[in-house]
Design a protein around this ligand. Structure first.
Ligand SMILES: [Zn+2]
Length: 468
């Protein structure tokens, strides 16, 4: 289909900044699963006569994100009321930012493709409805939980620069890495801290005009994002190729059915009657403060990945894993700094550390890698030592000593063992003597079967010596 249709995607991503309290009051953010309505006060319940006060930590997280995305930060910014009625929004409006957002005109590079960022602004989350009862008997009950009401959200909006489902997923992943790197958000999708809303349209290849778009709401995993876009693109194509027209609307994603479904048509929903929030004075963003935030930003993920490739010659597949997480990248560089071999450290991080998400200290990982690399312990033993080191924080050397993992490296002991292996495998021994180097594998396999505790490198050397 790519020969006739071009996919056009813009993304809105809602991110919960890392703050202790809500956007405009002192209520704690709380955890998923806290009892309903336990983190609420007059302000976030929207009672009359209260005064919202912006959360400085949320403003700072938003500005750091904007700076990391290369956005311009205007001198003046303000909050606005976005008016609509919904039971999870008792105030009847959401405080957001309309025509003077906290930042504009940035970009994020994803796999060599530049995605322009239109704006990054701050707003507040709404509450949540919980429905109970059974459909069959029409016994419906709905409850409102306002723990989420007033939780800060950054909204990061792109221009329609994304051209495929893969690119949309990669954009969201790169954004998550960036947010975690700068400490602006934990961006945990499972906890709803990062929600993606792609708007999707297609147009004839070569056409400049944008097609009618549909907006997919509240997608909370990278996999769902990818699938929902693929489904939606295919749906648009079928509608258009059968002579129909795409309806501009908001759609949801059903994980169970693996399809999108219509939620509401867009035409009437857009009239929010924005006006400036009268209870919050416009913010004056102090340029020296902005400069201090800019200077305090850490190295960004993309240049860091390039540096890891350049400095350590790591393959792209390793860097994709290690460079996707600042903690992993710090662990890698820390372990290499102890003198452990870079490629070996990378193998351990990609193969053992990243899948469990349990990080050892850099010093302990470096020590472990050196013990395995010099043949003091086997790789399997290394895995056990790593797990125990993560669990207890003890050093690999201590753990190895305690378990008696030290391998047999004693020359005379190994020579007896190697000779026995050679005697039992005359053909492999003759092959090796005759120049067939692969025959060593069979001999080594036999040796390790007889003596798993043998240091492989030392045993290999003894075998070669006896056969030459
Ligand atoms: Zn509150």
């Amino acid at each position: 289909m790519s020969s006739t249709w071009e996919i056009v995607i813009g993304m809105e991503v809602h991110v919960q900044p890392r703050t202790r309290s809500k956007m405009f009051c002192g209520c704690a953010i709380g955890e998923l699963g806290d009892p309903p309505n336990t983190h609420v006060c007059e302000v976030c319940l929207g009672l009359p006569g209260v005064l919202p006060v912006p959360n400085k930590a949320a403003v700072e997280a938003c500005l750091k994100t904007a700076l990391a995305l290369g956005c311009e930060i205007p001198r003046h910014t303000k909050f606005d009321r976005k008016n609509y009625m919904y039971p999870d929004l008792p105030k009847g409006y959401q405080i957001s930012q309309y025509d003077l957002p906290m930042s504009v005109n940035g970009h994020l590079e994803v796999g060599g493709h530049k995605v322009r960022i239109r704006r990054v602004h701050l707003e507040e989350d709404t509450g949540k409805l919980v429905h109970a009862g059974d459909k069959l008997h029409k016994a419906w009950e709905s409850y409102v939980d306002l723990n989420r009401a007033g939780v800060p959200l950054m909204e990061i909006v792109t221009e329609p620069d994304i051209r495929s489902a893969d690119q949309a997923r990669d954009y969201a992943m790169e954004l998550r890495t960036l947010l975690r790197t700068i400490g602006a958000s934990e961006a945990d999708m499972e906890k709803g801290q990062l929600r993606a809303e792609p708007n999707v349209s297609i147009r004839r290849q070569g056409s400049e005009e944008l097609g009618v778009k549909t907006e997919l709401k509240n997608i909370n995993s990278f996999r769902a994002l990818h699938r929902a876009i693929l489904f939606e693109v295919d749906r648009h194509r079928q509608v258009l190729e059968s002579g129909g027209t795409v309806v501009q609307e908001t759609r949801g994603w059903s994980e169970a059915e693996q399809r999108t479904f219509s939620q509401r048509s867009k035409e009437l929903a857009e009239d929010y009657r924005y006006f400036p929030e009268p209870d919050i004075p416009p913010l004056e963003l102090d340029p020296p403060w902005i400069e201090r935030l800019r200077e305090a930003l850490p190295e960004m993920p993309a240049p860091r990945r390039e540096r890891l490739v350049r400095a350590h010659g790591l393959p792209a597949s390793d860097v994709a894993v290690i460079g996707a997480d600042r903690e992993l990248a710090d662990l890698f560089e820390g372990a290499v700094a102890t003198g452990a071999a870079a490629k070996q450290v990378a193998n351990w991080i990609v193969g053992e550390v990243a899948p469990t998400g349990k990080l050892p200290s850099a010093a302990n990982l470096g020590e472990l890698v050196k013990l395995v690399t010099d043949g003091s312990i086997t790789r399997d033993q290394g895995r056990e030592v790593l797990a125990e080191s993560v669990e207890t924080g003890r050093t690999p050397a201590e753990i190895v000593a305690e378990h008696g993992f030290q391998q047999v490296s004693d020359e005379s002991e190994l020579r007896v063992l190697a000779q026995a292996v050679i005697d039992a495998n005359p053909k492999a021994a003759a092959d090796f003597r005759g120049g067939k180097k692969q025959a060593m594998q069979a001999l080594m396999a036999e040796l390790r079967k007889r003596a798993p505790q043998a240091n492989p490198r030392a045993a290999n050397e003894v075998l070669i010596r006896l056969l030459s």
